[in-house]
Design a protein around this ligand. Structure first.
Ligand code: GMT
Length: 388
């Protein structure tokens, strides 16, 4: 291997795809021999459960009566700068534009005043709502645009997200250069052969599984309504993994539709492969989804997906081959797609096999992580290029 790099990764620690991707990337890079430091205001769950050699820096800052809430992002910026002055970071990789790309930018600019070290190169990875729901709000948009231009490199997790970013943000200024690097999965951990969790397919009852943080964009109440239609007159269960703002509404709808005994709320869980592998079908009903990491993890476990045809989901799930995609407002069509897979085990199995093959061919950790590594090397090499 070339010289190991010193890499800082900044991410959100909450249950959610961007923190998962950042943690898995940090662990993979450390596994390749790089010195990797992860910065967040809490330890992300995916890192917490791994023994991998990533150095975790929890930076929370102090509460102060003048602050409405504690500005973790300033504490993270400060810790990054402190570590850079100690060891010299080559790369600072921010996951989710706000506020982490701003922290990376500030740390890099501050480091430019030090004469004994080169400032780190900054990489911003866009994950979805940082562009589509939050970063494009008028209250943040000018800063988001600046950050896209000021990062040394920008990546997006799907072609669709890259296109939307160009459309929304690169009109006033020169087109941003955005490299698409898709999310990835550990094929061994998310395998069809893992030991199953007994609450999925218990007693051979066909089971749909959903994993999310129950925010409005995931539309779990709509999913429960669709499941209620799908399971009329057949034996089937829906297992919901995760927690969030819409959980109470979901429980209410399950009661109202009289399916409370068929809908199982598991709350937040780390043992995802054991829940995904035995599922008959994985389901996602989001109104926006730049990628849909949980779908990929299900596919890797050999489970077919029923999802809404939005954003980058179509780049992950091939309609009719590794799952079934339905128009975003077609609840009847969605219920029909669910019912088809819950009642036709041969079809579900065939799609599940194709899903696993697709995960292996396109989204294996071993294929995707080297693309980030190559990007880092290109950026670091710029330090040695003669200036014009
Ligand atoms: O944007 C979000 O909703 C948050 C983010 C997260 O931290 O969970 O999710 C996004 O990033 C994931 C990882 O790249 C993608 O798999 C999700 O599709 C994406 N969510 C949306 O676009 C709604």
């Amino acid at each position: 291997m070339n010289d190991p790099l010193r890499i800082g990764v900044i991410c959100h620690p909450t249950y959610g795809g961007s923190g998962v991707v950042a943690s898995e990337l940090a662990l993979s890079l450390a596994g390749l021999g790089h010195q990797v430091h992860l910065f967040s205001h809490e330890v992300p769950p995916r890192l917490a459960r791994s023994p991998g050699p990533v150095q975790m820096h929890v930076a929370q800052g102090i509460p102060y009566p003048l602050f409405h809430s504690t500005p973790h992002d300033l504490a993270i910026t400060s810790r990054v700068l402190e570590l850079h002055r100690e060891i010299g970071l080559d790369i600072l990789h921010a996951h989710y534009a706000l506020p982490h790309a701003v922290s990376a930018f500030l740390a890099r600019e501050a480091a430019k005043h030090d004469t004994d070290r080169r400032p780190p190169k900054t990489v911003t990875t866009l994950h979805g709502t940082d562009i589509t729901l939050v970063g494009n709000d008028p209250s943040y948009a000018p800063l988001t645009e600046h950050i896209l231009l000021a990062s040394d490199a920008v990546t997006a997790v799907s072609e669709d997200l890259a296109r939307r970013t160009r459309e929304n943000f690169c009109t006033r200024v020169a087109p941003c250069s955005i490299e698409v690097v898709p999310n990835f999965v550990d094929l061994e951990e998310f395998s069809p052969d893992v030991e199953a969790n007994t609450c999925v397919n218990e007693g051979g009852v066909p089971t749909a599984v959903h994993v999310s943080n129950f925010r409005a964009v995931k539309r779990v109440p709509w999913l429960i309504e669709a499941f209620a239609d799908a399971c009329e007159g057949i034996e089937a269960r829906l297992v919901l993994v995760g927690d969030g703002p819409e959980q109470a509404a979901c429980r209410r709808i399950a009661q109202e539709r009289g399916i409370q005994d068929r809908v199982i709320f598991l709350g937040e869980r780390d043992a995802l492969p054991a829940l995904l592998a035995p599922a008959t079908v994985f389901c996602l009903a989001s109104t926006e989804e730049s990628f849909g990491l949980s779908s990929l993890e299900a596919m890797s476990c050999g489970t077919p997906v029923v999802a809404t045809r939005v954003g980058g989901v179509c780049e992950v799930v091939e309609d009719g081959k590794s799952g079934l995609l339905v128009d975003v407002n077609d609840r009847q069509g969605y219920a029909q797609a669910l019912r088809t897979l819950l009642t036709d085990p041969d079809r579900a199995q065939q799609l599940g096999k194709n899903a696993r093959a697709r995960a292996e061919a396109e989204f294996a950790r071993e294929k995707v992580v080297p693309r980030y590594e190559a990007l880092y090397r290109r950026l670091v090499a710029q330090n040695d290029e003669p200036t014009a």
